[in-house]
Ligand binder design. Structure first.
Ligand code: SAM
Ligand code: SF4
Ligand code: SF4
Length: 300
C-alpha cells in the first residue's frame, strides 16, 4: 500500500473513532446477479440475471467516490460475466483506479481465465478441498486451479465461506494458499444463514473449532487475511451490526453494510468477518486496530 493511501485511511480511522462518525469508506458495486454457477449456500444468484449497463455502473462509481468511498469491491453474481459497450471487467478496474479509489478488489468464482493485474486483490472463492468445494460449487475445482496457475498476476486471495459441508476443509485451503505462487492469502467468512440455507449454518461450538484451526494455521505461517482478535466476537455473534462504514450499490440502490440488511433477523446471525473486523475497528478496539495495521500492510 502506498504511504499516501495509508495516511488517508489512518486519518479516516482516527476521525471515525474520535467523533463516532458513520461515514462510509468501503463500497461494493454489484455488476450483475447473473452467474454460471448455482452454489448450494448462495441466495443471491440469477434472481434477475440482468447485467447492469456500463453507464449505470460508471454513475455508481462516481457516486461512491463522491461519498468518500476509497476501497471498492466489484461483486456479483459472477463478476467475470460482466461486459457492456465493448468494456470488460478489467476496463472497469482500470477506470476506478484512475478515478482515485485507493484499493480495488474483485470477487470471483474463478471459473474464467484470470487476467486482472490492476486489481489490488482478486478474492477467489475456494470452498474447501476438491470434494467439499465441488459438492458446494459443482465440478469446478480443477478448472479453478488451472486458471490460478495461468493467472497473469499474483494478487489472488482465496475466499472461503465456511459451512456444514466444508467446515473440515479449512486446513486444505490454507495449505493451498501457501503452496500456490499466484495466491497471496486466504480470507474466511462463516455462512450467513439466509432463510433458504439455514441448514448450512454453524453453531457457536463449531465456529469455535473453526477459529481454533484458523489460529493454528496462522501460527504455522499460513497467510490468513483475517484478524484473530475478532474471533471471539464472531463465535458468539457479539460484534455490532450493521457496519456503517460499508455500503453496497446494486442497480442504483444503495444499502448500508450489505444487500442482506433487508432480510429480517439476519444481522444478528451474520457470518461476514469484515463486518466484525470493521465495526470493532471503528469502535476503537485497540487489539483490532494493531492487528489490522499489521495484516493490511502485509497483504495489500
Ligand atoms: C455472492 S458471491 C459473488 C462473487 C462470485 N460469484 C463468487 O462466488 O465469489 C461472493 C461471496 O459470497 C459468498 N457467499 C455466498 N452466500 C453466502 C452466505 N450465505 N454466507 C457467507 N458467504 C456467502 C460466496 O461464497 C462468495 O465467496
Ligand atoms: S458463484 Fe458466487 S454468485 Fe454464483 S452461485 Fe456461487 S456464490 Fe453465488
Ligand atoms: S451485518 Fe447484516 S447487512 Fe451486514 S453483512 Fe451481516 S447480515 Fe448483511
Amino acid at each position: 500500500m502506498k504511504l499516501s493511501s495509508f495516511a488517508y485511511f489512518a486519518g479516516f480511522g482516527i476521525k471515525t473513532v474520535l467523533f463516532k462518525k458513520k461515514d462510509p469508506i468501503l463500497g461494493t458495486i454489484i455488476l450483475t446477479d447473473k452467474c454460471n454457477l448455482k452454489c448450494k449456500h448462495c441466495s443471491v444468484n440469477n434472481i434477475t440475471a440482468v447485467v447492469y449497463p456500463y453507464r449505470q455502473i460508471k454513475k455508481e462509481m462516481r457516486q461512491l467516490y463522491d461519498m468518500g468511498i476509497r476501497i471498492l469491491f466489484f461483486c456479483g453474481g459472477e463478476t467475470f460475466l460482466w461486459k457492456d459497450e465493448g468494456k470488460s471487467l478489467r476496463d472497469l478496474v482500470s477506470e476506478v483506479k484512475k478515478m482515485g479509489f485507493l484499493i480495488v478488489n474483485v470477487v470471483t468464482n474463478g471459473t474464467f481465465p484470470i487476467d486482472l493485474p490492476e486489481a489490488d486483490l482478486i478474492l477467489l472463492s475456494l470452498d474447501g478441498n476438491r470434494l467439499q468445494h465441488n459438492k458446494i460449487r459443482g465440478d469446478t475445482y480443477d478448472t479453478i486451479m488451472e486458471n490460478i496457475r495461468n493467472a497473469t498476476s499474483d494478487n489472488i486471495c482465496f475466499y472461503m465461506a465456511v459451512n456444514q459441508i466444508n467446515k473440515r476443509g479449512i486446513r486444505d485451503v490454507c495449505r493451498k494458499a501457501k503452496e500456490m505462487p499466484n495466491v497471496r492469502a486466504v480470507s474466511f467468512n462463516f455462512h450467513t444463514p439466509y432463510p433458504d440455507t439455514k441448514e448450512l449454518s454453524l453453531s457457536p461450538g463449531e465456529k469455535a473449532v473453526c477459529c481454533n484451526v484458523i489460529a493454528e494455521m496462522m501460527k504455522e505461517g499460513a497467510p490468513v487475511f483475517n484478524l484473530k482478535s475478532a474471533f471471539p466476537y464472531l463465535i458468539r455473534n457479539s460484534f455490532p451490526t450493521p457496519c456503517y462504514q460499508c455500503v453496497v450499490m446494486e442497480n442504483g440502490k444503495l444499502s448500508t453494510c450489505g444487500r442482506c440488511i433487508e432480510v429480517e433477523g439476519l444481522c444478528e446471525k451474520c457470518g461476514y468477518f469484515f463486518v466484525a473486523e470493521y465495526t470493532l475497528l471503528f469502535r476503537g478496539n485497540i487489539r483490532i486496530i494493531l492487528e489490522m495495521l499489521m495484516t493490511y500492510l502485509k497483504y495489500i
